[in-house]
Structure formats: C-alpha cells, structure tokens
Design a protein around this ligand. Structure first.
Ligand SMILES: Cc1cc2nc3c(=O)[nH]c(=O)nc-3n(C[C@H](O)[C@H](O)[C@H](O)COP(=O)(O)OP(=O)(O)OC[C@H]3O[C@@H](n4cnc5c(N)ncnc54)[C@H](O)[C@@H]3O)c2cc1C
Length: 397
C-alpha cells in the first residue's frame, strides 16, 4: 500500500499553507504557539476568514456550502492549519449539529440555522451530558413534555460539562420525551433550544487550569416551540449517535501532537537541553509513536478503505492520540522545570504576558498540561473506547 501523498494532494497542502501564512493574524498565531488562552473574538476572526475562502465547513456537502473535500484533503487541512498555529475549529454547530440538520432537519430548520452557523452568527452548545449521564448517555433525565395544545415542549433538567456555553446562543439537547419506553434509548428526542429562553441558567465550572469554558446549564420550565424538534419524536438517540460519529473522527489530534512536539524541541533548545541524551531519547520515542499513529490514520484514508473512519479504528486513534498528546505535554513541563511552577491565570492572555514571572514560552506550559487531562475524557472516555475496541476485536462479550 502507498502511504504517500499524490502530487495533487501535495499541491493542495501548499495551497492551504499559503492561505494560512497570508491570512492568519499574527497575534492569534502567537497566542496559539505559546499555548495562551483564546478569546471568542479570536475564533470568530479566524472562522470568518475560513468561511470567506469556503473552508470553514469541510464536513458539509457542497450544496450546503462545504468545499467538497475528500478525507485526505480534510486530513491535510487539519494538519497544516494546526502546524501553522491556527486555532482548532471547536464550534459544535459546525462539526456536530450541521451534519445532523443536513441529514435529518426539516427544510425550514436547514434554511433557518445553517447559514448562521457558517457565518458564525450563532454558536451552538452541545447539551448531552448530565450528572449521571456521561458515558451512559442513554440515562439522560432532562424531560421535555408536550403541552396539551401541541405547540411547545416544557423542558426541565440539568446539563453539565457544556463547552463554551458562555458564548452560545443556541443549544442542541437530548431530552427524555417518553419515560415509559421499554428501552431508555427509545424515549429520547433531539431538541433545539434558544439559550435566552426564560428559565435557562448557565453557571461556569472552574477548570483545573483556571479557565471557565465548561458550564452547567439548568433548565427550569423552559418552553421550546415544537418546530424545534429535529427528526421524529422519541427517535433522538439515533441522531445523537450520528452526531457522535462526527465528533470522534478528528479527535486523535495528530496535527496537535506534531505542533506540541515541535514546541518541545524548541523549548528544549531554549532551556539548554538540546544535548540532554535522556530527553532527546524521549522526544525521539514520541516521534516514532507519532509516525506509527499517522501511518494508521493514513491507512484508513487510503483508497479502497471507503470514505469514512470505522468506529473501532476511530476509537483506537483516539486512545493512542490522546495518550501521546498528554505525554508530550508532561514532557513540556519537565523541560520547563521549576519555571513551570509560577502560575497566573491572567498571564495566560497575550495582553498580560508581561505580568508573567517566566519567559513567554513557559507561561502556559503547566496550564496546557493540566488542560490536556480532558482530551482522554471528552468525546467518550478512553476506558469506554477500550471497551469498544475489545468488543469489536476480541469478541469477549
Ligand atoms: C473538556 C470537556 C468538554 C466537554 N464538553 C461537553 C459538551 O460540550 N457537551 C456535552 O454534552 N458533554 C461534554 N463533555 C462531557 C463528556 O462527554 C463526558 O465527560 C464523558 O462522556 C464522560 O462522562 P462522565 O464525565 O459522566 O464520566 P462517567 O461516565 O461517570 O465516567 C467516570 C469514569 O468511569 C469510567 N467508566 C464509565 N463507564 C465505564 C465502563 N462501562 N467501563 C469502564 N469504565 C467506565 C470512565 O471512563 C471514567 O473514567 C465534556 C467533557 C470534558 C472533559
């Protein structure tokens, strides 16, 4: 099997590289390279530049504004943009809700919501997880009861770990519409909820590294128009599963691993550790593991392998990619040594960088390492991914 890119794919890589070099604002690039915190405006600026070029929604079909790329082009695009210091595309509306609405939404829902997602006018929160319903998502308890006139649902419940809810004006949520269904999966529906609705409260959760991008959302008698139901009543579980398939694919984060490995080499040189044999061996080991991970990813993208990443392979890539990323971040802390200790949440913003007690390159190293604990949890924890792999490959249960 050939694991090399074709001339056309290499030309595409150059096109992406040239675009990022010309368009990515220098201050955003610097924040990403130093691991500093990005603000909503940073994401919006970059997303709007991508949308102008028609590149913001690679997973969408061309008739809805996608660029019509195949999986290899999408892989190259992710890698090149991340390596060049561009922000990751994190918006749930683009990556998760868009494909669901395109596949299952009404014509009115598509016309109403898709253009606003592409223009980044609306950011969507993913309201799936609840206390007691994370890995076991079918246990969601938030209820949606149809009013007698059939025009509104009344929603009550508590969502948790809602990423970026503080920037979102809409939420897509899994809600229980039939508590008496024989199987828990059969009584769930997929609802679109306006986050400005009376009765909906967002409360930030303070994260390990000091950020507040995770939230709890409380829904107290929130009224949702019936036209905001996606697909059929009680069939939300299948739309949710379709959505999670889209969530898991890019999660191996090979581009991010490469970017952080380059950062580790740069920091090692800066800290006078370029000749440290043990450190160099550790970095070389990461390099080898990264090449193996990439070869696995490319084998799945190779012609004849179909156009999608099968679920079990996606799980394998996720487990290995996230473990590797965490190990590289831990090494960055070791490279920084005692300089990783001074910690200031404020100094993780570009405008406060001069308040940091250490060199700019070291300011966010510890915070990034703590933040990276999350990558093996979201999108389905690695323990659960291992169960999926075991079930598919060993047929043990
Ligand atoms: C940074 C971040 C962002 C997130 N963003 C969102 C978001 O925007 N919207 C949203 O809806 N959710 C979001 N989540 C939630 C995420 O999907 C859940 O955290 C995840 O599914 C795990 O669920 P849990 O936290 O309830 O843990 P639990 O399911 O309670 O698991 C706790 C521990 O038990 C283990 N475990 C559970 N079941 C099994 C099993 N069967 N076999 C072996 N081990 C098991 C888990 O692996 C884990 O170690 C986010 C999470 C994080 C960390």
């Amino acid at each position: 099997m050939r694991l090399q890119f074709t001339a056309a794919e290499e030309a595409f890589r150059q096109e992406v590289r040239a675009f990022v070099r010309a368009k990515l604002p220098a201050d955003i690039k610097r924040k990403v390279e130093l691991g500093l915190r990005l603000e909503h405006a940073d994401y919006l600026t970059w997303f709007n530049l991508l949308e102008e070029r028609g590149w913001l929604t690679p997973g969408w079909p061309p008739e809805h504004g996608g660029p019509g790329w195949n999986h290899v082009q999408r892989y190259i695009f992710d890698e090149e943009t991340l390596l060049a210091g561009a922000p990751r595309i994190i918006a749930s509306g683009i990556q998760m809700l868009g494909p669901v609405l395109i596949a299952f939404g009404t014509p009115d829902q598509k016309a109403r919501y898709l253009p606003d997602i592409r223009a980044s006018r609306t950011w969507w929160a993913q309201g799936f997880s609840e206390p007691g319903a994370g890995s076991d998502l079918a246990a969601v308890r938030t209820t949606a009861v149809l009013e007698p006139d059939g025009k509104h649902f009344v929603v009550n419940g508590h969502k948790v770990w809602t990423s970026y809810a503080q920037w979102c004006s809409m939420m897509f949520a899994l809600v229980r519409t039939d508590p008496t269904a024989a199987k828990p999966q059969e009584g769930i529906s997929f609802l679109l909820i306006d986050m400005k609705s009376p009765g909906l409260t967002v409360r930030p959760i303070r994260m390990l590294e000091g950020g507040t991008d995770l939230n709890e959302c409380f829904l107290d008698n929130v009224r949702v128009p019936v036209e905001n139901l996606v697909g059929e009543l009680h069939k939300g579980w299948s739309y949710g599963k379709y959505l999670l398939g889209h969530e898991r694919t890019g999660i191996a984060g090979i581009g991010s691993c490469k970017q952080q490995l380059a950062r580790a080499r740069q920091l090692a040189a800066q800290q006078g550790l370029a000749d440290d044999a043990l450190l160099q061996a550790r970095l070389a080991q990461f390099e080898v593991e990264l090449i193996a991970l990439e070869a696995t990813a490319l084998r799945l993208l190779a012609p004849g392998q179909g156009s999608r990443t099968p679920a079990v392979e996606a799980s394998m890539l996720k487990v290995r990619g996230t473990e590797l990323r965490q190990a590289i971040y831990e090494t960055l802390v070791d490279i920084a040594g005692p300089d990783a200790l001074p910690f200031s949440t404020e100094a993780q913003f570009l405008e406060h960088l001069d308040e940091a007690a250490v060199a700019p390159e070291l300011t966010a190293v510890a915070a990034n390492c703590l933040d990276a604990r999350k990558v093996s949890i979201y999108g389905g924890t690695n323990e659960v991914q291992r169960n999926l792999i075991a079930r598919a490959t060993l047929e043990v249960y």
